[in-house]
Write a protein that binds this ligand. Structure first.
Ligand code: ZN
Length: 272
């Protein structure tokens, strides 16, 4: 994926740098991408005059407290059972479009944060594309996405992509989980894999999602014969598809227990 890579602990825009009117904040880690989007929104509205966000001016302080009237966060929302909805419908994008042409309350511009923007359905993305094609003069957009590739190429081409690095601790944890999983698969013991998946089915979905991503990176490394795991090319390709599918299930709010069940069932191919 294209785009600049930002590490969360150093998120800062130099005073002289121009800000684009649309960004994609991409990370499999929901907390990391949403928090980066908030820092970026603060940077867009910062009145400090130096590196942004300064963290000290009234705009930055309001942004940090989540009370800036010109920072508007919108996402898929929740259903009547409190579960996150699966997609952002076109109506939500139409509401954004209607309000984006209205002048800001107090800042130079409004910053819209669209959480889980990769869940915009096709119609919603097309409506959003129109907004990017005729951008309101005093509005900027930050699209948070676990998977930026789920956004239309035409949308992506009009945004600057920021890939947000996971905090180091979580990356290490994900790599260790992925290594443990792949070791079980490489041993070829269905019982061993089943046991491991069962032991780890209480893992939270964020950790599971980071693990799957780390496992796919490890497989990509193995295909370039640089990985630590001993798997055939066919196994690598098959597992990559399996982990991609498992990651997609997590994104659709399927529980970790079911995802682990899928990996336990399909992780090792039956051979004669
Ligand atoms: Zn500031």
């Amino acid at each position: 994926m294209e785009g600049k890579i930002y590490s969360m602990d150093k998120f800062c825009i130099p005073a002289e740098a121009n800000l684009a009117h649309a960004y994609i904040a991409a990370s499999p880690n929901e907390g990391a991408r949403n928090s980066a989007a908030r820092s970026l929104a603060a940077a867009m509205l910062c009145e400090g005059g130096g590196a942004r966000p300064c963290g000290a001016c009234p705009a930055c302080r309001k942004a940090e407290l989540g009370i800036h009237p010109d920072i508007i966060a919108i996402g898929p929302g929740t259903d009547d059972k409190g579960r996150k909805r699966r997609e952002i419908p076109v109506d939500t994008v139409r509401q954004i479009a209607a309000s984006a042409y209205v002048l800001p309350n107090e800042a130079r511009r409004k910053a819209y944060i669209i959480e889980d923007a990769d869940t915009m359905n096709q119609q919603a993305q097309n409506a959003f594309l129109k907004l990017l094609e005729e951008p309101p003069e005093r509005a900027a957009f930050i699209l948070c996405a676990a998977n930026a590739a789920a956004l239309l190429p035409t949308v992506r081409s009009r945004c600057e992509t920021l890939r947000i690095n996971l905090p180091a601790e979580e990356s290490e944890e994900a790599a260790a989980d992925a290594k443990a999983l792949l070791e079980r698969v490489a041993l070829g013991s269905r019982g061993g894999l089943f046991e491991w998946c069962h032991e780890n089915e209480d893992m939270d979905s964020r950790r599971c999602s980071a693990m799957l991503r780390a496992a796919r990176e490890e497989l990509a490394g193995a295909l370039r014969s640089r990985g630590a795991v001993e798997l055939t090319r066919e196994d690598c390709a098959r597992l990559d598809a399996l982990f991609a599918r498992a990651g997609e299930y997590l994104r659709l709010n399927v529980g970790v227990k079911n995802v682990m069940g899928l990996i336990a069932a399909d992780g090792i191919e039956m051979r004669e």
